[in-house]
Design a binder for this molecule. Structure first.
Ligand code: FAD
Length: 181
């Protein structure tokens, strides 16, 4: 007779990390939150006696957004924060960096495949930068290189590519209409 298992079933869509355990930061929350939505809707229906319209049927309901407010990041939240950091750092990198500044930037970029906690993201990024080594020769060059790396990920995920002529507008100056001033 097999021992009864006490392990909780994995939420649908949850990705396992290299240690074989559920890895939140390797998974997109969108892919496992419907389980939460279903639970919340079922709960609200039993309590609200037919007035369940207070809870939106969409998985983007206020419940889910609030629920996520102070949770550990998923792969999307971490990705947005990391790209923000990297593109902004590139946007403020010197036009003519010193050898030390170049070395520091190289160390930062080469550390990502080793340290980035979304393991499959880190692995693919590591492969990409082997083929396309970082260009840390100046601000414009680094911004373009990074934009192209981000576009590789966008394409892999089926997203639109970004126009790399607009990195300064997006990450440094804001649009000409002054809407970010
Ligand atoms: C190194 C790295 C590797 C990743 N690998 C994966 C992966 O393998 N699988 C996975 O599911 N997720 C991966 N991610 C996360 C993924 O790239 C996104 O961050 C995440 O899906 C959230 O996407 P988003 O649509 O909100 O915007 P993001 O892609 O995070 O972009 C944020 C903002 O950057 C701007 N932007 C978009 N493209 C560019 C560009 N090319 N240049 C400059 N600015 C741009 C846009 O204004 C956008 O709103 C990775 C993240 C990083 C940092």
């Amino acid at each position: 007779m097999p021992e009864p298992t006490t392990e909780k079933p994995l939420p649908p869509g949850m990705v396992l990390g290299p240690d074989g355990k559920p890895c939140k930061v390797c998974t997109s929350f969108r892919h496992w939150k419907p389980a939460l939505a279903t639970r919340e809707q079922a709960r609200s229906k039993t309590v609200a006696t037919g007035a369940a319209t207070t809870v939106a049927a969409s998985p983007t309901s206020a419940f889910l957004q609030n629920k996520r407010a102070n949770c550990p990041p998923d792969s999307e939240e971490l990705g947005r924060a990391t790209w923000t950091f990297l593109h902004t750092t590139a946007a403020y990198y010197p036009e003519r960096p010193t050898p030390t500044q170049r070395a520091n930037m190289l160390t930062l970029l080469r550390s990502l495949p080793l340290l980035y906690p979304c393991s499959h993201c880190a692995e693919d990024f590591g492969e990409d930068i082997k083929v396309n080594p970082p260009n840390v020769s100046g601000r414009a060059e680094l911004s373009r290189w990074l934009c192209e790396r981000h576009n590789e990920v966008n394409q892999k995920l089926g997203k639109e590519t970004f126009n790399c002529a607009k990195t300064d507008e997006r990450w440094k100056d804001g649009p000409a209409d002054g809407s970010c001033d």
